[in-house]
Design a protein around this ligand. Structure first.
Ligand code: C2E
Ligand code: CA
Ligand code: CA
Length: 701
């Protein structure tokens, strides 16, 4: 493009046309000529001119008609038009101005005068344009002094990049050209198609703003995350002529964890991805991924409060970082380590380029034991512990999420081993994980087909030997695998939310059964049926209403229903839990605290929650008769519960010694294999009728 401007000269008279255009070319203009109105319009639509010289009198389309059509798509500032007319045609001149001509010259053309007018209009047009551009740039600049600015002239395909834009990518003012490729060629391969498509879509039919977050290559070889915003300027025909906008570096918010400042999941995935792609170039290359989770963090969160728990996480991050630095010598890791926070209480470490698996094990063990020392959190001494799952690249991973998943499986396994453990992933673990997935599908099907049964385990009065109640326990007979323990499928049901449906089935069926026994046995029926309520159900706002409806539907009186709940249900929202508890108690339903003694801070809960019954966990009962002083703990719990006005059920009673001891300690009820396993409803009915333990083992008077 010429620096003077590009002109369209429209004249049907060939000698005139040639003389004028030659003269203008000599003065540095780009000149395109048109011999009639149609040609002029076609040229004006196809390319961008800075100005048109338009003959008024032409055969076919007159100059005035051409002017009218040009003004439909181009404003006076976008495309100035100077009419060329005979001195005598005063009326035409007036009409031309009305139709949007910018100026006129008369024939025969006085070339220097024409040149003066042309230059005036061109400089005016440029002044208006640059004013608008600078206004827009200014407005953009106001958005943030730290943003880079860019302004893409679509007609010339040139882009103005502000110095800040260049600096953000590590370049000096003079180092970047004006091609759009300066942008596109630096966009991360995985983001490029999305960015291009977004721009194209905005240009064609976009209203509002173009906006995208993508990675862009910095001069130093790293990718920065940027937020790119822009908007098109359109001509009267709604065609985009410019696209201008800003660029903001959002790398920090994108890749750093806000709490600990460690790399976050996104950045970590990137690094992991690189590690995974490396072995192709280097045989024998090995890396390991550790996923570390704090044990019982939920409980910590609950007892310390969110703020303190956050401070603890920060301290944990620091200690892990420091430990990793000091373990450098432990491994021959060539590329060192990267510590990141995955979210919540989970951290992850990439150990790059290690010599063998034992390196990873050693580091994991170091990290685990480093967290056993107490933390000083706001002057408070806090204890925590961690479990670690390890996955090593020998397994041949293709994508970051695969190795992360395996390490997570190993972590899960480590936690199941009883916390504060390190576990190395092996394929048997993956098989188990797959097995679990299958079980999930089968469980869903079982709910649809209602293929569960409920078995009933008697709860026996230790003073009379009569059956005081039954605990309803879910049974699932898997079509291929046979009976599956609730200890296996209830956790899956909880994780997936299926427990809500299962819980409703159990409640309905147990209440129905209990009502049937009451009709059949009258006063000889047991006092209540106990149904387990999972934490998920307990947290469900509709629980009370659901139970009310079930009681109504089955005709069971609320006093004949007991609900069993473990302490974990109260983690988090104790006040809310108390409300639910009270609400159902006010209806007459009673509550048992299940598995008492296994939880986190049992005694404080016991005082705050006012349940009706405490069930002492089997792990305490089983010590009776096995250990010296094996009954002390049970004795303490019984005494405490009685002080708080609660009665006690001992779980897992298996021997006559335990029965006798429990009687001596004043425990009201017992449940366990000594009396009976959970049995089907018909067998349970038989037990009610025969009362096999009535009057046996009477407590010593
Ligand atoms: P839980 O509530 O602690 O139930 C008692 C478990 O201990 C039952 O196992 C029972 O069979 C077992 N048990 C009873 N007496 C003895 C004994 O003397 N010795 C031994 N070794 N074990 C004894 P089960 O039926 O396998 O249930 C396991 C857990 O599954 C239950 O523990 C409960 O937490 C859960 N569960 C079972 N049914 C349901 C249900 O319908 N809903 C919910 N939410 N959870 C359920
Ligand atoms: Ca229970
Ligand atoms: Ca229990």
């Amino acid at each position: 493009m010429s620096h003077c401007g590009s002109l369209l000269v429209v004249d049907d008279n060939e000698p005139h046309r040639d003389a004028l255009s030659r003269w203008l070319r000599q003065r540095g203009f780009d000149v395109v000529v048109a011999a009639d109105g149609m040609e002029a319009l076609a040229l004006a639509a196809a390319s961008t001119f800075d100005l048109v010289l338009l003959d008024v009198e032409m055969p076919g389309l007159s100059g005035l008609e051409v002017l009218t059509r040009i003004r439909r798509t181009h404003s006076q500032t976008q495309l100035p038009v100077i009419m060329v007319t005979a001195r005598t045609q005063g009326a035409d001149i007036v009409q031309a101005f009305n139709l949007g001509a910018n100026d006129y010259v008369t024939k025969p053309i006085d070339f220097p005068v024409a040149l003066a007018r042309i230059t005036t209009h061109l400089s005016h047009k440029r002044a208006v344009e640059s004013l608008r551009e600078s206004e827009e740039r200014y407005a953009l600049a106001m958005r943030g002094a730290n943003d880079g600015l860019w302004d893409w002239n679509l007609a010339t395909n040139e882009v103005y990049w502000s110095s800040r834009w260049k600096a953000m990518l590590g370049f000096e003012e003079t180092e970047i050209g004006s091609s759009p490729d300066e942008w596109f060629s630096r966009v991360h391969h995985d983001d490029l198609a999305r960015v291009r498509d977004g721009v194209a879509a905005h240009l064609v039919n976009g209203s509002g703003h173009y906006e995208s977050e993508h990675r862009i290559l910095h001069r130093d070889g790293t990718f920065r995350w940027v937020l790119c915003r822009g908007a098109a300027t359109r001509n009267d025909a709604q065609m985009a002529t410019r696209l201008a906008g800003s660029l903001t570096d959002i790398t920090e918010t994108k890749v750093a964890d806000a709490l600990t400042g460690l790399p976050n999941r996104l950045l970590f995935d990137d690094l992991l991805d690189r590690a995974i792609k490396r072995p192709a170039r280097r045989p024998g290359y090995l890396f390991a991924l550790l996923v570390l989770g704090l044990d019982r963090f939920k409980a910590v969160n609950h007892s310390l409060g969110l703020l303190t728990a956050d401070r603890l996480l920060i301290e944990v991050a620091r200690r892990l970082q420091a430990t990793l630095r000091s373990t450098d010598a432990l491994t021959r890791a060539e590329h060192g380590f990267t510590l990141a926070r995955l979210g919540g209480d989970e951290f992850t470490v990439l150990l790059d380029d290690i010599a063998d698996v034992s390196d990873a094990m050693r580091v994991a063990e170091r990290l685990r034991s480093a967290l056993e020392r107490p933390f000083d959190v706001d002057g408070q001494e806090v204890f925590t512990s961690a479990s670690v799952g390890i996955a090593v690249s020998t397994t041949g991973y293709q994508r970051p999420e695969q190795i992360l998943q395996d390490a997570a499986i190993a972590l899960h396994r480590a936690k199941a081993e009883g916390a504060s453990h390190c576990e190395l992933f092996d394929s048997a673990m993956r098989d188990r994980a797959i097995c679990r997935l299958e079980l999930e599908t089968d469980l869903r099907r079982a709910i649809e087909h209602r293929s569960f049964q409920i078995h009933y385990q008697p709860i026996v009065s230790l003073s009379t030997g009569e059956i005081a109640g039954f605990e309803a326990l879910m049974r699932w007979r898997h079509p291929q695998r046979g009976p599956i323990s609730p200890a296996e499928f209830i956790p899956i049901a909880e994780d997936t939310g299926m427990i809500l449906q299962i819980g409703r089935l159990t409640l309905t069926e147990s209440c129905r059964q209990m009502a049937a026994w009451q009709r059949r046995f009258g006063a000889a029926a047991p006092a209540s049926v106990s149904v387990n309520v999972s934490s998920k159900q307990f947290a469900d706002a509709g629980l009370a209403a659901q139970i009310e409806a079930i009681l109504e539907q089955t005709g069971l009186s609320p006093a004949s229903l007991k609900l069993e709940i473990t302490e974990s249900a109260f983690l988090g929202d104790v006040t809310g839990a108390q409300v639910t508890l009270r609400h159902l108690q006010s209806m007459g339903v009673e509550w048992s605290l299940d598995d008492f003694g296994t939880g986190y801070s049992s005694l404080s809960y016991l005082q705050r929650l006012h349940v009706d019954t405490v069930k002492i966990d089997r792990s305490f009962v089983s010590r009776i008769g096995l250990e010296v002083n094996g009954s002390e703990m049970v004795g303490a719990i019984v005494a405490l519960s009685h002080n708080l006005g609660m009665d006690v059920v001992a779980e897992g009673v298996e021997t006559i010694e335990q029965v006798v001891q429990l009687q001596t300690l004043g425990c009201e009820y017992a449940q366990g294999f000594y009396f009976a396993r959970a049995v089907d409803a018909a067998t349970a009915g038989g037990l009610i009728a025969s009362q096999p333990w009535r009057g046996r083992h009477q407590p010593a008077a």
